[in-house]
Design a protein around this ligand. Structure first.
Ligand SMILES: Cc1cc2nc3c(=O)[nH]c(=O)nc-3n(C[C@H](O)[C@H](O)[C@H](O)COP(=O)(O)OP(=O)(O)OC[C@H]3O[C@@H](n4cnc5c(N)ncnc54)[C@H](O)[C@@H]3O)c2cc1C
Length: 463
């Protein structure tokens, strides 16, 4: 059997579903909405964005009636199937933030740090056990050309630069050349437990949650907005949209988002000997520095979650359950896993899955209102929304309040990304970009004409 066939078999033996959701103690389904209901605020979407919006709305005004509708199950989509890196960055990393929002970058970093602290405090306050570990994260260089970039990042941010020996003393991989350890800027969470815990906290404060309730359309009324659902109608004073990569209920938002699939493997729990072999005592989240990057971390029971690299777009903004599985990507991920940790040869993978990301061309969320200020949205987190979704929720509530606030004055909040073109240009452009990014990774990071033209136009593609 060839190595490729061996890896193919290895990954296909794993359970084809998200490890995080495949747990004892998952909540049972909530009833759908049937008939009519009314609320001051209707939140659409039961991922982190919607859940934080409902929770913060109730916390700030307990008298406000809040209903959350979820088309399927709370936390089933990106929120329950991600890597669990809860990052302070609101801008998909410091480099992207500094480049796109130079004048307010320091403010965004402060707001991001406050947001992560506030998440930690909220978990304590509501008794949400989601295996939160404030480990920080390490960005690693596996190619010589990446080392200077990391050194510069450490100098700019005050994070700790680790040379080869220093990094390998933390986490033992022969692939590592250097790293930068941000000790405060990230926590690891069990994301499905976070979503379930937020939903339970919402309900304790009086939020009504309906699952199996897709919202099909919005229409303006004299004193609010009517939300048509599959089996009923909700009369809302205000509406907050946290619908992520799924078709936006406001048609004008659709060009801003493309659904992109990202994939993950999880190993069986490491033995004590395997654990000792790789070190990793401080349990940091790790990401490497290529355009096509991997992210990986330990779970509470000492498995390794290993994801990223391929970012797959399907023609026509396709979203389908079948896309959650991609054997070729799983085999690639497994090959890269064993290059990074050859000491773990022989370990098995217990779970494999994919999920859809709301990619926008600036890689961080955008915000706004519609229907005379009664509908707010926060979309486009592009693969870094576990922490930033709480900030997005605050922005939506501030926008709905109608009062200018520190958040609503931000350029991040007032500006929009460049929209993607219609098909077939979107598909062709994304394939050209993916091809160019892979090529740059093979050629010491050198960006070709296509990537440089996109850079100049402020356009990009990422996961
Ligand atoms: C594989 C993978 C790995 C990732 N890793 C990380 C990571 O490590 N760190 C990080 O920060 N981010 C990561 N992300 C991204 C992160 O998961 C998302 O940014 C975040 O969960 C977005 O939350 P959300 O609530 O906006 O979207 P979602 O969790 O997608 O929730 C949107 C919800 O809206 C519902 N919905 C949509 N339309 C309707 C409608 N019309 N009516 C009713 N309901 C509707 C959907 O059913 C869904 O439940 C990853 C994503 C994936 C897929």
């Amino acid at each position: 059997m060839t190595r490729a066939e061996q890896l193919g078999r290895l990954v296909m033996a794993a359970e084809p579903r998200p490890f995080w959701l495949d747990q004892r103690g998952a909540p049972s389904a909530r009833a759908p909405l049937r008939g009519e209901a009314a609320a001051d605020l209707v939140v659409i979407g039961g991922g982190f964005t919607g859940l934080w919006t409902a929770l913060l709305a109730k916390e700030s005004d307990p008298e406000r009636s809040v209903v959350l509708v979820e088309g399927h199950r709370v936390g089933w989509a990106a929120s329950g199937r991600n890597g669990g890196f809860c990052d302070a960055s609101l801008t998909h990393g410091a480099a992207n933030g500094r480049e796109r929002f130079p004048a307010e970058f320091a403010t965004l970093q402060r707001l991001g740090a406050e947001n992560l602290d506030a998440i930690q405090i909220a978990l304590d306050r509501h008794g949400i056990d989601c295996e939160f570990e404030r480990t920080g994260s390490i960005g690693v260089a596996t190619e010589e050309y990446q080392v200077d970039g990391l050194r510069e990042a450490a100098e700019n941010s005050g994070a700790t630069f680790l040379d080869t020996a220093g990094l390998r003393a933390e986490v033992n991989s022969p692939a590592y050349l250097a790293g930068v350890w941000d000790k405060q800027g990230a926590a690891m969470v069990q994301p499905a437990r976070l979503a379930w815990g937020l939903a339970a906290a919402c309900e304790r404060l009086g939020v009504r949650i309906f699952e199996g309730t897709p919202a099909l359309g919005l229409s303006g009324e004299a004193d609010g907005v009517a939300v048509r659902t599959r089996d009923g109608v909700l009369r809302a004073g205000q509406v907050a949209l946290g619908t992520s990569a799924f078709p936006a209920l406001l048609g004008r938002l659709r060009p801003y988002i493309v659904p992109v699939y990202d994939y993950v493997l999880v190993t069986e729990p490491l033995s004590a000997a395997q654990r000792a072999e790789i070190g990793w005592r401080s349990r940091q989240g790790i990401g490497d520095s290529g355009n096509q990057f991997h992210y990986y971390r330990l779970t509470a029971d000492d498995r390794i979650l290993w994801g990223g690299y391929d970012a797959i777009y399907h023609f026509g903004r396709g979203i389908r359950a079948a896309y959650d599985q991609r054997p070729a990507t799983f085999a690639t991920l497994a090959a890269h896993f064993f290059t990074t940790f050859p000491q773990l040869e022989g370990i098995r993978f217990s779970h494999r899955w994919g999920g859809v990301i709301d990619t926008c061309s600036r890689f961080c969320a955008f915000f706004g209102t519609a229907r005379r200020g009664r509908v707010a949205y926060a979309l486009g987190f592009t693969g870094l929304g576990v922490g930033a979704s709480r900030f997005g929720a605050r922005v939506m509530l501030d926008l709905l309040s109608g009062e200018p606030t520190e958040l609503t004055r931000l350029r991040l909040v007032r500006s929009k990304p460049v929209p993607f073109p219609p098909e077939p240009l979107a598909y062709l452009g994304i394939q050209a970009t993916r091809w160019s990014l892979a090529r740059a990774d093979r050629r010491d990071g050198r960006r070709n004409l296509w990537l440089r033209a996109l850079d100049a136009a402020g356009l990009g593609f990422d996961s």
